[in-house]
Design a protein around this ligand. Structure first.
Ligand SMILES: *[C@@H]1O[C@H](CO)[C@@H](O)[C@H](O)[C@H]1NC(C)=O
Ligand SMILES: *[C@@H]1O[C@H](CO)[C@@H](O)[C@H](O)[C@H]1NC(C)=O
Ligand SMILES: *[C@@H]1O[C@H](CO)[C@@H](O)[C@H](O)[C@H]1NC(C)=O
Ligand SMILES: *[C@@H]1O[C@H](CO)[C@@H](O)[C@H](O)[C@H]1NC(C)=O
Length: 538
């Protein structure tokens, strides 16, 4: 039942930050950049929602609930809204329904309440949300970390709140907004800015049913179908797309990174990618992560944090292809310098943002990779909910459109300026990649081995079920046959000892008992329920 809750991964990064005590300042980009937008003579959007970038690690927007303004993390990977009010609690209506959303670092638990909610200039009078009163299970003070809760932009069907309340009372905020104006198209767009980028001229912003001015040509980009893959249950539906065939990921030396998809139904040669603004880093298959960082001189795999660390000056290139369009990733997003990590010698090192998928493992084999905020900084993104929203005229199948924002050549120049002191030393030997056969491989964690095994079992469940049925039939057949024999023998015996009359064989044969237990079903379902779709902790 748990939706995709990437929040856990985000927070574990934050824990790390706090552990090494990096004083990072939160700058409100929005204020600064409004002026720069004006200077560039750009038309101000009519109804845009500013997004604050906290240290390239979380993106939050102001939302008003009751009379309180709160900062909520924007998460396209889940569908629920929860808030822990930092100061006074506004007037809300208790629905009496209690729910728990579980995270690796704590749980968001409380009653579902309703209140007037405003985002941008859209207001919903009776919006359901989870009010969390106790945040002690979270590691660290979430308010001090810059947010008061989270708002999920996933499909309505993936919302736990929607599931718990009767009728449409628990619909998500976006569903309610889209239904307010039924002639409008049901989409949002997100433009995420990058801190430390000397070139970027825009500010982080989100729009609902309108486009960010000057980026209107996003509508000419290919529409990526999000529903094409088989899903078992509604909460498995995410904002996801398949990469192009055979060249979906292009690695550091321009070579295509090949690997078989984890998703049983994925079209041949393609990967399934979830677009998830709640993830600080991206998670990709281990082989891909190794292919990106394993050939860097001085790369070290951190088994505790489960990421590669590499020298900060390492220039790497990487791009993804969707719908025939290439989306280059900025080198500053590939080798992340936002967390002041040091190696054992105390030297500054950077994090390989393409972490191998481990704790965030796709248990049911629904996707291969999670493209988080560091990918989304490279693509202006439009999510069209289409017919996921009932009772509106927008009846198309949901899709994603992305406009590339990063130019490989300009990004390289910026990298040289920011990381290499302005001199292009990228050609020096120390930055050259090791040959393929000297590539390092990261070790597979125990947790991942277990998950892989579970996934192998689960992805085969139709066959296992068939096998079990066959076995049941076979065993039943044997027993019936055995009974008949016994009955026949008993009858013969009874006939023989006509005078004795002890009716052996007339009671329930004890051999039925194990079959009634149906052990096979239990073992099929328990990992399914326990593993769920949330991400278990580390
Ligand atoms: C939001 O504000 C803009 C400009 O102030 C206005 O054009 C637009 O109609 C408003 N939208 C709603 C839903 O009120
Ligand atoms: C949210 O509101 C506060 C206080 O009004 C303001 O300082 C901050 O810049 C706003 N943040 C965003 C992302 O709009
Ligand atoms: C609904 O959306 C349409 C299309 O964007 C717009 O023309 C119309 O004014 C909107 N209606 C209201 C009541 O905001
Ligand atoms: C879309 O518009 C932006 C801004 O004007 C421009 O930089 C970009 O090249 C355009 N992209 C396409 C694919 O037309």
């Amino acid at each position: 039942m748990h939706p995709l809750l990437p929040f856990s991964v985000l927070l574990s990064i934050f824990d790390h930050v706090h552990a090494v005590r990096i004083p990072f300042q939160v700058r409100t980009l929005v204020e600064n950049s409004w002026t720069s937008v004006d200077r560039l003579g750009r038309r101000a959007p009519t109804n845009n929602i500013p997004i604050k970038n906290i240290h390239n690690a979380q993106y939050v927007s102001n939302i008003t609930i009751g009379d309180q303004q709160v900062a909520l993390m924007l998460d396209t990977g889940s569908s629920d809204m929860w808030v822990s009010f930092p100061k006074t609690t506004p007037q809300t209506t208790d629905t009496g329904t209690e729910i728990t959303l579980r995270y690796a670092v704590g749980k968001a638990q409380g009653h579902i309440r309703t209140a007037p909610v405003t985002i941008g200039n859209f207001t919903i009078d009776n919006q359901a949300f989870l009010m969390v009163t106790d945040t002690t299970t979270f590691s660290g003070d979430i308010h001090a970390q810059g947010y008061d809760g989270l708002i999920g932009f996933g499909p309505n069907d993936g919302s736990v709140i929607q599931d718990k309340l009767k009728g449409d009372a628990g619909d998500t905020l976006l569903t309610n907004i889209f239904q307010q104006n039924q002639t409008q198209q049901n989409y949002i767009t997100m433009l995420l800015d990058r801190k430390g980028d000397p070139r970027e001229a825009f500010t982080g912003q989100m729009t609902i049913s309108e486009l960010v001015p000057t980026f209107e040509n996003i509508t000419t980009m290919p529409k990526l179908d999000v529903k094409m893959l088989l899903k078992l249950i509604d909460s498995d539906q995410h904002w996801q797309a398949v990469t192009d065939s055979d060249n979906g990921v292009i690695g550091p030396d321009g070579s295509v990174l090949k690997m078989k998809s984890l998703v049983p139904k994925a079209p041949k040669g393609k990967f399934v990618a979830v677009i998830d603004s709640g993830f600080t880093f991206r998670s990709v298959p281990r082989d891909i992560s190794d292919a990106i960082y394993g050939r860097v001189r001085g790369a070290v795999y951190d088994t505790e944090n489960e990421y590669w660390t590499v020298p900060c000056g390492q220039y790497l290139s990487l791009s993804f292809r969707f719908g025939g369009v290439e989306y280059p990733v900025h080198p500053m997003d590939i080798v992340n310098d936002d967390f002041a990590i040091t190696d054992k010698m105390g030297n500054r090192v950077c994090i390989g943002a393409f972490q191998p998928i481990t704790s965030a493992f796709s248990l049911l084999g629904n996707y291969d990779m999670i493209l988080g905020m560091s990918f989304l900084r490279n693509a202006y993104t439009l999510l069209d909910y289409g017919n996921w929203v009932k009772n509106t005229q927008d009846d198309v199948d949901p899709y994603i459109q992305m406009l590339p924002l990063t130019s490989t050549a300009l990004a390289k120049a910026d990298f040289i300026q920011m990381r290499l002191g302005g001199t292009d030393s990228t050609g020096e030997d120390k930055w050259s990649l090791l040959p393929q056969d000297q590539m390092q491989h990261s070790p597979v964690s125990e947790e991942e081995k277990k998950k892989k095994y579970q996934e192998a079992v689960l992805s085969q469940w139709p066959y296992i079920l068939l096998g079990c049925l066959a076995l049941v039939l076979l065993v039943t057949g044997c027993i019936v046959w055995h009974c008949c024999c016994r009955k026949r023998k008993a009858k013969a015996k009874a006939a023989k000892a006509a005078k004795g009359g002890f009716g052996e064989g007339e009671g329930k044969p004890s051999s039925y008992l194990p079959l009634q237990d149906q052990g096979s079903q239990v073992s099929l379902h328990s990992p399914y329920g326990a593993g769920g779709h949330g991400f278990p902790g580390r």
